[in-house]
Ligand binder design. Sequence first.
Ligand code: FAD
Length: 76
Amino acid sequence: MERDRQGFVLTGPDLIVERKRPKGWTIDRDPFLLETNVPGIFAAGDVRYGSVKRVASGVGEGAIAVQFVHRYLSKV
Ligand SMILES: Cc1cc2nc3c(=O)[nH]c(=O)nc-3n(C[C@H](O)[C@H](O)[C@H](O)COP(=O)(O)OP(=O)(O)OC[C@H]3O[C@@H](n4cnc5c(N)ncnc54)[C@H](O)[C@@H]3O)c2cc1C
């Protein structure tokens, strides 16, 4: 799992560096919002790089992640 120097998990657009997808990324699309560098694995809440460290934010991110899990599963 790709992380920043402090150990927070990188997701979505934060994984794109100089327009390149993360190393080892095997799917022909960019990572979804909240998706880690492992396709189909999502991160939400405090553990995620750049997240707002608040309960409501974590809950909201979790709800969003569920939608992307459905999208991921519909295309595998
Ligand atoms: C002192 C303090 C006060 C706060 N006050 C507020 C507030 O007033 N309002 C507010 O909105 N937010 C507040 N926050 C922030 C809020 O607590 C967090 O944003 C929120 O709890 C994040 O939820 P989370 O599920 O992302 O992470 P967490 O609540 O940290 O949950 C992560 C869980 O994963 C478990 N875990 C860790 N590693 C592993 C592992 N390897 N295997 C299995 N389980 C593991 C941990 O034990 C923990 O139970 C406060 C935080 C602190 C520290």
